[in-house]
Design a protein around this ligand. Sequence first.
Ligand code: PXP
Length: 237
Amino acid sequence: MANLCVNIDHIATLRQARGGHEPDTIAAAILVELAGASGITAHLREDRRHIQDRDIELLRQVVHTKLNLEMAATDEMTAIACKVKPEECTLVPEKRQELTTEGGLDVAGNVDRLRAVCQKLHAANIVVSLFIDPELRQVEAARTVGADVVELHTGRYALASGDLAREKEYAHLLTGAEAALSQGLRVNAGHGLNYRNVKPVADLPGVEDLNIGHSIIARSVFVGLDMAIREMLSLVE
Ligand code: PXP
């Protein structure tokens, strides 16, 4: 059975729109846990467009399930992670102009850098996940650099239009999950997952955490955060 980890970035997006305190990310994290989710995910972006350093520090104090810090593999972020000590860090590529994380991390093209960051995070007892496209060379590179987990980028699957295109993208996810498991890596998945497309991803072999943000926070505007999470949990489980 897959676990649901809720990405609360967009609670912070709404707060930053007015620059005040509402809605409060910490209250959101507590409600997410009370609704039964298995973890809280938050992306501290280099441009601090939504989650702020203070959010991460406070989340570390209140999250009792699992805190997954999404971050770029930079010296600044590595230092913050080693200080805050989330249970897990997910390394993602980051471009300033993008609306959200676009492609997966090019692990094969950045082996030395990513190996060094993995070592530093491991020294702080942090599990390291790499957000990758479901490609064999990236899975192999993830093992080479010493990652514990790969998070398979489900964006192309989520955006595929029509059954045929979706099945093709799903086949890539399946191959990616099987390859990762055979290399001794654990498997998470996320990006673009919603109430209509999540089930097949939750059924991927060995998949552990599904990191889902936008669709849950968007639905919570209408039905409330508790209900939005419970509805997603019933699909994931
Ligand atoms: N996983 C990763 C690595 C991400 O960067 C994001 C977006 O921040 C998500 C999961 C969640 O994506 P979504 O908001 O589309 O559910």
